[in-house]
Design a protein. Structure first.
Length: 285
């Protein structure tokens, strides 16, 4: 039964969007469904015992993982001292690429409900961008007082609603003309046009966060416009991250038109904030 836990992987087999490195003589690669068990330490059935995963003595293991598992690797390395973790390679190439030298102009688009959720990324990555476009509820927070030391572009108009409801009375108005007590639930058409024009001229793009309450069709046009503008720019290296942005991209059928769709979750954002992933750092590279 142990031999069924491993199998040689033909060179060129895709792991996510990265091709598996060719195996050298005597090497084996864990089947994909076993990698989470080793990385996370939660067995699908019964105690996790590395001896059941390998038909030969284990001395060295090279891990190829996604960022989502990185936070668990330090614990695994500590709990399995008999295994020599000799290296680690992560799949989120698109995220890593944003932290190096990028083609310019570099445009960052950020949205969502709270500035505090994205502040680390904005400070670390936004300061390197040529243009930072902000939508969603966080645009209101930044307008009231920005903790950032660089300029950002905020919506000039909004789709307002009399209440927070999918069928609420709504209107399009300038940001400063929103009636008292009304809520801005999406960026307006002029802002969509301005943001799309900035994205059209970009050569590197990072988008994280919706422009409004995109779950409700009447307030989804801003997020849709950003998704379409990112997908339309074939000349740019484009990265889309965050559950809401990725969901919008998938619902519009545009995921295959961007360079990289990040599924690394919070671990990817921590890397963009400039944090060191402890699980990855503990393993020599």
């Amino acid at each position: 039964m142990a031999s069924s836990a491993i199998e040689p992987v033909p060179p060129g087999r895709l792991y996510g969007r990265r091709r598996a490195r060719p195996l050298r003589p005597g090497q084996r690669r864990l089947r994909e469904e076993l990698l989470p068990r080793l990385a996370i330490g939660l067995p699908a059935a019964g105690p996790l015992d590395h001896r059941s995963l390998f038909p030969m003595p284990v001395r060295d293991v090279w891990l190829e993982i996604g960022f989502g598992a990185g936070e668990h690797l330090a614990e695994q390395a500590e709990h399995h001292p008999e295994i020599g973790f000799i290296g680690c390679e992560v799949f989120e190439d698109g995220i890593v690429r944003l932290l190096g030298e990028v083609a310019r102009p570099f445009v960052l688009v950020s949205g969502g409900a709270k500035v505090e959720d994205k502040l680390g990324v904005l400070r670390n990555l936004g300061g390197r961008a040529d243009t930072v476009l902000i939508g969603g509820k966080m645009a209101e927070e930044l307008r009231d007082g920005s903790p950032l030391d660089f300029a950002v572009e905020l919506p000039v108009d909004v789709v307002g609603a009399a209440e927070f409801a999918a069928d609420a009375e709504s209107c399009v108005c300038g940001y400063d003309e929103l009636p008292d007590g009304w809520l801005g639930l999406d960026i307006g058409p002029e802002t969509r046009t301005r943001f799309a024009e900035s994205l059209a001229g970009a050569r590197t793009i990072f988008w994280n966060g919706p422009m409004g309450v995109f779950e409700w069709p009447r307030f989804a046009e801003g997020t849709k416009a950003i998704a379409e503008a990112v997908a339309a720019n074939d000349a740019a290296f484009s990265v889309v991250g965050g559950a809401d942005s990725v969901r919008a991209l998938n619902e519009l059928g545009l995921a295959d038109r961007v360079s990289w769709v990040s599924t690394g979750g919070g671990a990817s954002l921590e890397l963009l904030e400039g944090k060191e992933l402890p699980g990855v750092a503990v393993i020599p590279s």
